[in-house]
Ligand binder design. Sequence first.
Ligand SMILES: [Zn+2]
Length: 75
Amino acid sequence: MIGSLAELGGYIAPELGKVYCTCGRIVDLDRSTINLKRQLGKPIECNSCRNRRISCEIDLLDRHFLGEEEEDDYF
Ligand SMILES: [Zn+2]
């Protein structure tokens, strides 16, 4: 696993520092973060998309703990 990570670090172009989010905004991340996200297969998203996603997840969690969602939705 460590060997394959080192290989990935080798072939990713060093000039890649900016990527586009799905909403069209330029995402300014440091290269190691971009590489890590790619290796993990995670989407690269801008701050506003990230904040929206996180607040959405928190909202879902809140609802879950408040018992507003049916347990069956999780199956
Ligand atoms: Zn975005």
